[in-house]
Each structure stands twice: as structure tokens, then as C-alpha cells.
Design a protein around this ligand. Structure first.
Ligand SMILES: Cc1cc2nc3c(=O)[nH]c(=O)nc-3n(C[C@H](O)[C@H](O)[C@H](O)COP(=O)(O)OP(=O)(O)OC[C@H]3O[C@@H](n4cnc5c(N)ncnc54)[C@H](O)[C@@H]3O)c2cc1C
Length: 283
């Protein structure tokens, strides 16, 4: 870690991370993802706190996958088997059993659910500041308000392009190694080194409900068929949906004046990104 420098254009978390729902589902159809998620969960729920003495804000409220048809339930049964191989506790529940875990849920049209009690919710600000604390304690440097404006490259005798340094408004850093972690801006940073980053950003809409009595400590919910998730947010829900026809980022930037680099759009500008009221029938 010693010698690593993190250059942040604004403040840590000011990018996509600021908006994240922070849902951590341990069970995914790919074993690589299951292992990565297990690692993330270990770091966020235990190791970072042990190392820094700071709480990351991790909440273990569990996760519930909804099956609205038989095929989806079969898929969840397969996920449960995968979980067994990786030591992830999970249970396939009947609608009645689901009701005992989540009494507020309408379970009339459910085939069942997959319940993963050790899933949870990450706090983006808490996780980032704890990670930064751990990194700086090991010799890394975090420099905020320091946009990268250019990446110097050179071509070696074999015709391979290599990094020579990074330019900023405040000076340059000589380095043979750059990690591009600029999120939705990664393509722009990649272009500075003549690298095409195959990444397409798109809008993602979510709404936060008013206080809901009895919702406290309920698990997060994912309904893959309705393309919607319900995230516990204190005593309210944050409801996010995935669009069949999303608005792409470049398109949205073109249609806006000023603040083109910002991510935070007013609801009125996210036209077309609607969370269907139909998606909310569960809550
Ligand atoms: C509403 C919403 C809900 C989500 N829910 C989930 C979820 O439940 N679970 C999940 O796993 N993921 C979720 N995601 C996705 C997740 O938030 C992102 O994948 C993650 O935050 C990306 O982190 P990042 O560090 O790669 O990018 P970012 O957080 O965007 O960080 C990139 C940083 O690069 C900086 N930067 C850009 N250009 C430059 C430059 N030239 N020089 C220096 N710095 C620069 C930016 O200022 C920014 O801070 C969600 C996203 C959204 C929007």
C-alpha cells in the first residue's frame, strides 16, 4: 500500500457511491461473484472494523429474493445449493413462511422466496472513510479536490505503450502504474491514456418512501421479475427499479445545461425512468 496515491476530483464518495443503495446479496449465479461478495462482506462487516476501530455502518438485516413464478423458484433452489457449497446460509421459504419473516409483505401471488439471513446493507460514506483510514495507516495518500487532467504515456522498444506519469492541476506524479477507478467517468480517464474503456453508464431511478410503521429491521427485497429492489432505509424504504429502455449518460449530459459533470439529477429530469406503481404492490 505504501506509495499508493488516490487522486479524487472532488470529495471521496461524491461519485456514484454517494447514491448507492449498498445492498449486498451474497448469492449470485456466478461462483466468482459469490467469492468476491464473500470477501467484501468479510472486509466490511468485520476486518475493517478490527483494523481501524471504526464502524463501517454495515447492517445485517438479511435479504429476500421474490419468486413470482415456478422457474424463478427453481432458480432460487439452485442458488441455495450453490450457497451450501460456499457456506452461505439460505432458506427457500413458502409464502406463509415469508409472511413470518416480512409481515408487511403481500404474499398472495408468490411461489416462494429465498431468504439469506446474513445479507445486509453497506453504508457508502462509512465504508469509504474506513477504507481510506486503513489505507492511509498503511502508507497510502488520499488527495481530494485534485482532478487528474492527463496521463503521460510512452512506447517501449516492443511497441507497448506504458504509463510514465499522471498530470493534475497541482503538479504531476511520476509512476509506471495507474489504476482507473473513475466509475462512470472511467472512459474519459481512459481516453487520457489513449485507452478505450468499454463502459456505458445509464440512469437509475429510485424513490424513498415516507416512514412505514413496522418496517424496521425487515430484510432488503429483490424481485427479479419486476426488476425492482426494496432497501430498508431506517424506518422507510428506498425503492429502485431497472428500466427496459434506460436513458444513457451521454444522452442525459447533452440534454442538460451546466453541472454536466454532476450525477445528482432532479426527479423531473429523469424522465422516462419511472418505478412502476405495479412494482410497489409488494410493500
Ligand atoms: C441508486 C443506485 C443504487 C445502487 N445500488 C447498488 C447496490 O445495492 N449494490 C451494489 O453493489 N451496487 C449498487 N450500485 C452501484 C454502485 O453504487 C457503484 O458500482 C459504485 O458506487 C461505483 O463505485 P466507484 O468507486 O467505481 O465509482 P464512483 O463512486 O463514481 O467513484 C469514481 C470517482 O472518480 C472521481 N473522478 C472522476 N473523474 C476524475 C478525474 N478526472 N480525476 C480524479 N477523480 C475523478 C469521481 O469524482 C468519483 O468520486 C448502485 C448505484 C446507484 C446509482
Amino acid at each position: 500500500m505504501s506509495g499508493a496515491v488516490l487522486l479524487e476530483r472532488e470529495r471521496l464518495t461524491s461519485g456514484t457511491t454517494w447514491h448507492t443503495a449498498g445492498l449486498l446479496w451474497q448469492l449470485r449465479p456466478s461462483d466468482v461473484e459469490v467469492e468476491l461478495l464473500a470477501h467484501t462482506r468479510r472486509v466490511v462487516s468485520r476486518e475493517l472494523e478490527e483494523e481501524t476501530g471504526l464502524h463501517t455502518g454495515w447492517i445485517q438485516n438479511g435479504g429476500l429474493f421474490i419468486a413470482s413464478n415456478r422457474q424463478r423458484l427453481d432458480e432460487y433452489k439452485r442458488l441455495m445449493s450453490l450457497g451450501k457449497a460456499y457456506g452461505v446460509e439460505s432458506h427457500v421459504l413458502s409464502p406463509a413462511e415469508t409472511k413470518t419473516v416480512y409481515p408487511l409483505m403481500n404474499v398472495d401471488d408468490l411461489y416462494g422466496t429465498l431468504y439469506v439471513p446474513h445479507d445486509g446493507t453497506m453504508d457508502p460514506a462509512g465504508t469509504c472513510s474506513t477504507l481510506a483510514r486503513a489505507a492511509t495507516a498503511r502508507g497510502a495518500q488520499v488527495i481530494e479536490n485534485c482532478p487528474v487532467t492527463g496521463i503521460r504515456v510512452w512506447t517501449d522498444d516492443f511497441g507497448v505503450r506504458r504509463v510514465a506519469g499522471v498530470e493534475t492541476q497541482h503538479g504531476s506524479i511520476q509512476t509506471p502504474c495507474v489504476v482507473n477507478c473513475a466509475g462512470v467517468w472511467a472512459s474519459a480517464v481512459g481516453r487520457m491514456a489513449g485507452v478505450k474503456v468499454p463502459l456505458v453508464a445509464m440512469h437509475h431511478a429510485y424513490v424513498v418512501t415516507e416512514r412505514i410503521e413496522g418496517i424496521q429491521n425487515m430484510p432488503n427485497v429483490r424481485d427479479h421479475d419486476a426488476s425492482v429492489y426494496l432497501r430498508l432505509q431506517g424506518d422507510a424504504l428506498s425503492v429502485g427499479g431497472y428500466e427496459a429502455n434506460p436513458i444513457f449518460w451521454e444522452e442525459a449530459v447533452k440534454s442538460r445545461t451546466g453541472a454536466a459533470a454532476g450525477l445528482c439529477l432532479k426527479t423531473s429530469t429523469v424522465k422516462g425512468c419511472t418505478v412502476r406503481s405495479d412494482d410497489l404492490r409488494r410493500a
